[in-house]
Ligand binder design. Structure first.
Ligand code: CP3
Length: 354
């Protein structure tokens, strides 16, 4: 493997010295890029794109070449794991993900196999190897998964949901059934992430997009506990380098101390907390990733730059900050604004690292 030319992201994750703050965007390989839309068209749909390593590789690298991010996230989706466990998954345009036969009973959960990632998810592994080759050391490659809780919400609700009535009813009426599912998912996801690491991802992020809909007690019981179980099972070093683990719970800013105590290296922040407060609370234990409001990308480039400066000033001098949005970039953001965001971080952050 060629030497990493830009390892700012990996160093920042480990709170090591950097010349400037690295930056990438959640959902950076996506619909705001016309080039992404063209490749998806060629693939004949979103799932085909995920399952065709050459095309998944192409869209993974687009944001490096087109907007100048400091890390690549492999192109895939969190829902390929339940699909590999035998659940039919559809992504009809404009509708979002759907599982037409959702999990409803204990028997449904018992029937679910824990997939062998090298087998059922072999196309992800092939994409990872290809991306590493094509990146040729330009920037590090991030792998990812959904948290067990977040995957379970889609598997039980059958798709996106307004008030999570079905999974909440299961959590309250039949907690053992839900725990059985979460256990299976935690083991499936840990094996999946370890396979990603073995195939070449250099950091991993767990997306707990729906952890924030839980009470504090239920968050510990149904989400955090299982993310902790995953962190404990992960390969933490590969090819002589530490593989940083990032935990991101949207809506979880009340629980930062507990998230930081799982043994992860980086805590992902949503946009609802001020960076100075987050650093004071957990910045001596983990690195922080975030946290510009993603809708700030609708503002003009001067306003975006002012926001970047404010977040950098709140973090202040020193190491342990990976700049990102507080959630994914939205499809209707002008590409010029995304570029202005990345450029502003690169220019304005130098002053904080002398
Ligand atoms: O660039 C990247 O971040 C890598 C790729 C990535 C995708 N999904 C591609 C995608 C990642 C990391 C995800 C994670 C994901 N998927 C999450 C967790 C992160 C988050 O945003 O909270 C969740 C909850 C999902 C499930 C999912 N996949 C939903 C709800 C949707 C529909 C969203 C929408 O805006 O329509 C998807 C589809 C999806 N995943 C798209 C992309 C680029 C859009 C599909 C398309 O091209 O039509």
């Amino acid at each position: 493997m060629p030497e990493l030319k830009n390892d700012l992201f990996l160093r920042a994750c480990l709170r090591q010295d950097v010349e400037r703050t690295p930056v990438w965007m959640m959902r950076q390989a996506g619909r705001y890029l016309p080039e992404y839309r063209a490749t998806r068209q060629r693939a004949g749909g979103f799932l085909n794109l995920c399952k065709t390593p050459e095309l998944a590789c192409e869209v993974s690298i687009q944001p490096v070449e087109l907007v100048g991010v400091d890390a690549t996230i492999m192109f895939s989706d969190i829902l390929v794991v339940p699909e590999a466990m035998g659940m039919e998954l559809t992504f009809d345009t404009g509708e979002g993900p759907k599982f037409p036969q959702p999990i409803r009973t204990r028997a449904d959960v018992e029937r679910l196999p824990v997939p062998d990632p090298e087998d059922g998810l072999g196309y992800v592994m092939a994409a990872i190897r290809l991306i590493r080759k094509e990146l040729a050391g330009r920037v590090p490659l991030i792998g990812f998964t959904g948290s067990p809780w977040t995957l379970a919400t889609y598997m039980i609700e059958g798709g996106g949901s307004k008030n999570y009535s079905k999974i909440k009813a299961m959590a309250f009426n039949e907690p053992e059934t839900l725990h059985l599912l979460l256990h299976k998912l935690a083991d499936a996801v840990a094996a999946y992430l370890n396979a990603q690491i073995a195939n070449g991802v250099q950091a991993v992020q767990i997306f707990d997009t729906w952890g924030g809909i839980l009470t504090t007690r239920d968050y510990r019981e149904f989400s955090l506990q299982y993310m902790q179980r995953i962190v404990e099972q992960l390969t933490r070093e590969h090819d002589g380098r530490r593989v940083p683990v990032i935990l991101y719970t949207k809506g979880g800013m009340g629980w930062l101390e507990e998230i930081a105590a799982t043994g992860c290296d980086v805590v992902g922040l949503d946009w609802t907390i001020d960076m100075d407060v987050a650093r004071r609370r957990i910045g001596d234990k983990v690195a922080l990733q975030g946290n510009m409001d993603p809708t700030m990308l609708y503002a003009n480039p001067d306003r975006i730059r002012a926001e970047v400066k404010d977040i950098l000033a709140r973090f202040g001098h020193g190491n342990g900050h990976v700049f990102n949005l507080g959630h994914g970039i939205t499809p209707d953001v002008p590409v010029e604004h995304a570029k202005a965001f990345i450029q502003s971080v690169k220019e304005e952050s130098v002053a904080y690292h002398s």
